[in-house]
Each structure stands twice: as C-alpha cells, then as structure tokens.
Design a protein around this ligand. Structure first.
Ligand code: SF4
Ligand code: MG
Length: 332
C-alpha cells in the first residue's frame, strides 16, 4: 500500500497563559494509505480533532512532522500550500454550524470553488453544483433552498457536497455522524463509502464511538489524553485488543459474535479522566488502569509494534517487564 499521509512524532501544545500548558497531542505517529479509511477514536478532549486540524494547517504544530504525498506540509511554499488546501477537505460534526444560514445551498457548495477559481463559466459552476447534489443523494431543486430547510442528515450531505467541490483526494471527517439520529448515521456512512469507491478518496474518520469508527475504518488508532495508545486493523482491534483502554472501550460495546463475547476480557476503567494540563507521569492511563504497576508511574511506555501492523503503548507488552496480564481485571 502507498502512503498518502504520514504523521511523525506530532506534538501540539496550547499555551493557556499563567504558565499553563495543555498537552493536546503528545508525540503521535501513524500513517494513512491511499484509498483507505483510518479511524481515530477516543473520548472528547483526547486530541483527535487537534490532529485533524493540525493536518489541515488550521493549527501550527509544536513538534514533529506531517508529510502529505511525500511533501512535508510545514515546508510548502505559498503556492504549494494553496494547491495542497484543495486536496484536503474537512467535514464537521454539526453541518448547520459550518454552513452559512444566509447562503443558499448552491452558494454554500460554490464558495470553495470560487476561492480556488475552479470554473470557467457560470453554466459550468451550476452544472458542477447539480452534479455534486446528485452525487450526495440530493437533487438539483435543492440548490436554491437554504440549509435550515433540511434535516440533519441532509445538511450533512450538503456539507459533504461542499467538501467534494474542490475534487479533493483526502477528507478529514471530524465526528461527521455523531449529531445525527442512529437511523440516519448508517445512511451517511454508506454515502461516504460509496463516494470513497467512486472517487478513490482517502479518509481520516474521527469519532468518540468505537462501534461507529469500526463500521467504516480499515485501520483504527485509539487515543487517550493526547497519546496514541494502540493502532491496528479494524478487525484485529475487535478480536485482539491489547491496550487496557481499548479493552475498556470494547467492553462497553455488545458483541454480536458469541464466541468472541465469551472469551473477551471485560474491563472497567476507574476514576475520572485527568486534565490534559496536568497529565499523570509515566503512562497517561495509569490512574484509571486496573493493571497499573510501579513502572507505569515512572516510565512512559514505548510505542511498540508487537505484531505486524499492530502497535501498542503499554508496559504489559514490554518483554523486560514481568507481568501478569490477567491481574486486576474487573469481570462483570
Ligand atoms: Fe496500564 Fe501500565 Fe499499560 Fe499504562 S502501561 S496501560 S498503566 S499497564
Ligand atoms: Mg473533537
């Protein structure tokens, strides 16, 4: 597989004043292959949106690199940056907030094309808008109406049409279905899948709900408090989760397969999510981890590839630390 995006040791700090620093993203590395969907999952505030926004160039990185199609995005000339911004588009959680209520659907979709001067005539612009509306399951009569006249799911379709207007190759979808009714979520996921096949799109799909991410992703990265803690194929994450936090997330999801249901460890996390302004020493998950050992308080676990394509950051998988992996498991 060919890499489209590489995030290398990305760190993003926010200086909040009075010497307070929020560690939003801490030394995160992963790559996304061309044509795949990479899911990023974790509780709100874990840094997943910050990663998306840093890739988009909406935030300056603090350290590390983002390489897109072989080019370091922090080293692009102005002209290259403009072209790059055409190739990456974002879809947001609340399409209504990201759509100007005073613009017609047609204007909403046309705006990015106008910024990039993409069409040669008004006719061409209208044709493109009509085609986009049809591609996302709306119709051309919708062009002259206003976003508020539509349901949540339809508004998300308008948001997707707008994202497609520049003919991008990569889309960052930040909680695109979290605000929608369950019945509508599947329709939007199916639409995203259809468009991916038709247009050869690559997705970064961000969500807090693992069952949602699993439906659409080829590979999944699990984040906790600014850190990537596990990364593997979507199926493997379900069948063979390693990190205690991943196991806890999975414990909250019913499993349709009774064989897996019976063998899966059930883990409950204890306590509250710590503040990213004052994260725990060593392993960031240790204050809530039923397996925590002495070493977890003093040493940050390394990001380790324990089997091909399966990375985890946890001392339980450090050969040098003798552990009982079943100790402290909470069965329910
Ligand atoms: Fe738990 Fe320690 Fe692993 Fe962190 S490193 S997840 S505290 S066992
Ligand atoms: Mg977010």
């Amino acid at each position: 597989a060919e890499k489209l995006l590489e995030v290398k040791n990305l760190t993003k700090l926010f200086h909040l004043g009075k010497g307070q620093i929020l560690k939003a993203v801490n030394d995160v590395s992963f790559h996304i292959n061309k044509g795949e969907t990479f899911g990023l999952v974790g509780e709100s505030g874990c840094g997943k949106s910050t990663i998306g926004r840093t890739i988009m160039g909406l935030y300056e990185k603090t350290a590390g690199d983002v390489v897109y199609d072989g080019k370091n995005i922090h080293e692009l000339s102005d002209a290259e940056q403009f072209a790059f911004h055409r190739r990456i588009q974002m879809i947001f959680q609340d399409p209504y907030a990201s759509l100007n209520p005073r613009s017609t659907v047609s204007e909403v979709i046309a705006e990015p094309m106008e910024v990039h001067k993409l069409y040669k005539s008004k006719k061409e612009k209208v044709d493109v808008i009509h085609r986009l509306l049809e591609e996302v399951g709306l119709n051309r009569d919708h062009a002259t109406r206003y976003p508020h006249e539509f349901s949540g799911g339809q508004r998300q379709r308008i948001g997707i049409a707008r994202a497609l207007a520049l003919n991008p190759d990569f889309i960052i979808a930040d909680e695109p279905i979290s605000a929608l009714d369950v019945s509508v979520q599947a329709q939007v996921v199916n639409l995203l899948k259809k468009l991916q096949v038709e247009k050869g799109l690559t997705y970064l799909f961000i969500a807090h709900d693992l069952s949602m991410v699993k439906q659409i992703s080829d590979r999944i990265g699990v984040m906790y408090l600014g850190n990537l803690v596990e990364l593997t194929d979507s199926d493997n994450l379900y069948e063979n989760p390693l990190h205690p936090y991943t196991k806890a997330l999975l414990s909250a999801i019913p499993i349709p397969d009774p064989d897996i249901e019976q063998t899966r460890e059930r883990i409950m996390v204890k306590g509250e999510l710590p503040s990213p302004i004052d994260p725990p020493s060593g392993c960031v998950f240790r204050t809530r981890c039923p397996f925590a050992m002495d070493i977890c308080a003093t040493k940050k676990p390394e990001w380790k590839e324990v089997e091909k394509g399966h990375h985890v950051s946890c001392h339980l998988y450090n050969d040098k630390v003798p552990v009982n992996r079943n100790k402290g498991v909470v069965i329910n």
